[in-house]
Design a protein around this ligand. Structure first.
Ligand SMILES: Nc1ncnc2c1ncn2[C@@H]1O[C@H](COP(=O)(O)OP(=O)(O)OP(=O)(O)O)[C@@H](O)[C@H]1O
Ligand SMILES: [Mg+2]
Length: 466
């Protein structure tokens, strides 16, 4: 992660430095050019001024006056006649002027004047020339000179400023980037540490997530993952504990009775009794293992339901006929009311299992002589199937938990008739896989209602509209 912040920082730095260099260089060039142009323009304007004065009065006194003015200033002047012969000049400038003036091609100089020496880098002076014209004839030229040392000095100062500002901005860039890349990578480093903790099985991961950006979302996702993993681990432990507990009880019976049954001294009649208990327990364990397998399949999502349009009443009637004998044996009655012609989309085999589990409960937890009924009711968007009994009911405190795995109201599993507590949780999984829901209402001692709500198939809605 340190590497990431370094990489990110370096990348930013290279880009920003590139951009800064280009900007600084172009700013420098523009500034220098502007300053130098200004110098040239000023010099030319000064020359043109003198020329204008001279055009108005071309007298030796005026000429001397001009030369005298320039002796005081930083610039120098040379005045020539039309042929280029030097007539007047201010201090020191004679040697340079003598070298320059013969090389100037005066024919190309316009009346507004022009720069005749612009090499400020190598020469010691820059120079301009302005022609003096009177009555349409050129009478001479005003040459102006300025030392380049002052210009070079100015450029040096500028360079120095640029260097200082440049170093400062590179330093600031490094600081800013170092800070920013830390700010970006710190949450990533924390998340990496969190996931490492997770993979080691430590689920106590708490990340501080601020804001709504992608990093915050990632942080939230990791936290949710930690919570889910923690929950799954807890659930798995509980589940395994329940399973081993559920298997231990019948196995103890089987082992104990088998031990008695194998004694040679035992009566044949008694042996048969013990064997039948062993058989019952084995059957019980078989059911438990089957149910567990069922649940495991659902957990893996490998469990698929194959929905097909099913006429509900016909489907329920078949189940009613299947279960009716069991109810008769216990001297109970089973009624079923379904009048409307409803089609539902269900996996028939799975849904039959749901109905069997619920009816099995109604039968198991009811007294002799009571009635169990199956009712179907239509709602705007749903179909409700209700199984009501007049049995022992479920205490209010237990009602919220009956759909949990291995949950039983009567914790001491009486060997005869007592279930494993998986029936309702299987029913719930199946109903939910159908997009429906299941709920229970009960009055302790009076009876229980189990209500399945299923979404109506599309064709039903068309039926409804039609
Ligand atoms: N109709 C009912 N009347 C009274 N109690 C019920 C009824 N249905 C369920 N219960 C209570 O809810 C518990 C959970 O039911 P569930 O069907 O999941 O398990 P089970 O019947 O004990 O075992 P299994 O169905 O796996 O053989 C039952 O043990 C019982 O205490
Ligand atoms: Mg049951």
């Amino acid at each position: 992660m340190r590497k990431l912040s370094f990489k990110l920082g370096l990348l930013f730095f290279v880009f920003v430095l590139g951009i800064e260099t280009v900007l600084f260089a172009s700013l420098y060039v523009t500034l220098v050019n502007a300053r130098i142009n200004e110098e040239f323009e000023q010099l030319l304007a000064r020359g043109n001024n003198h020329r204008d004065v001279l055009e108005k009065s071309y007298h030796p006194s005026t000429l001397e006056h001009v030369v005298m003015m320039e002796s005081e200033a930083e610039t120098d002047v040379v005045i020539t006649d039309a042929k280029g012969k030097i007539l007047y000049f201010s201090d020191h400038i004679l040697p340079f002027a003598k070298k320059l003036i013969p090389s100037v091609d005066v024919r190309h100089i316009p009346h507004s004047g022009m720069v005749v020496q612009n090499n400020w880098k190598k020469e010691s002076y820059i120079a301009t020339a302005s022609p003096i014209r009177m009555d349409g004839k050129t009478r001479g030229y005003v040459y102006m000179f300025q030392r380049t040392a002052s210009i070079q000095n100015m450029i040096d100062k500028l360079k120095h400023h640029f260097l200082v500002v440049g170093i400062l901005s590179v330093f600031l860039t490094i600081m800013t980037i170092a800070f920013l890349s830390r700010v970006i990578t710190i949450p990533l480093i924390r998340m990496k540490q969190a996931t490492e903790k997770l993979s080691k099985g430590d689920f106590s991961v708490r990340l501080q997530v601020k804001g709504e950006d992608e990093l915050a979302q990632l942080g939230k996702a990791i936290q949710t993952l930690a919570r889910d993993l923690e929950y799954l681990k807890k659930e798995r432990n509980e589940f395994l504990a329940s399973i081993s507990h559920e298997l231990r009880t019948p196995l103890t019976y089987v082992k104990g009775y088998a031990d008695i049954a194998r004694r040679p001294t035992i009566e044949e009649e008694e042996r048969a009794k013990y064997l039948s208990i062993i058989y019952e327990e084995a059957e019980h364990m078989q059911k438990l293992v089957k149910d567990l397998f069922e649940l495991a399949k659902m957990d893996q999502h490998s469990f698929q339901i194959q929905k097909e349009p099913t006429p509900l009443c016909l489907f329920l009637k078949k189940i009613y006929e299947k279960m009716y004998p069991a109810f008769q044996t216990k001297n109970m009655s089973l009624v079923y009311r379904c009048e409307e012609n409803i089609t539902v989309h269900i996996d028939q085999q799975r849904f039959e299992q749901v109905m069997m589990n619920l009816l099995d409960n109604a039968l198991k937890y009811s007294h002799q002589g009571s009635t169990v009924s199956i009712d179907v009711r239509m709602e705007k968007k749903n179909v409700m199937i209700m199984i009501s009994d007049e049995g022992i009911g479920i205490p209010e405190a237990d009602l919220p938990y009956v759909f949990e795995r291995f949950y039983r109201v009567d914790k001491s599993r009486s060997r005869t008739g007592g279930g494993t507590g998986l029936g309702l949780s299987i029913a719930k999984e199946i109903v939910e896989a159908h997009g429906g829901s299941i709920s229970a209402t009960s009055q302790f001692g009076k009876g229980t209602n189990m209500i399945i709500t299923l979404p109506r198939g599309d064709d039903d809605v068309y039926d409804f509209i039609g």
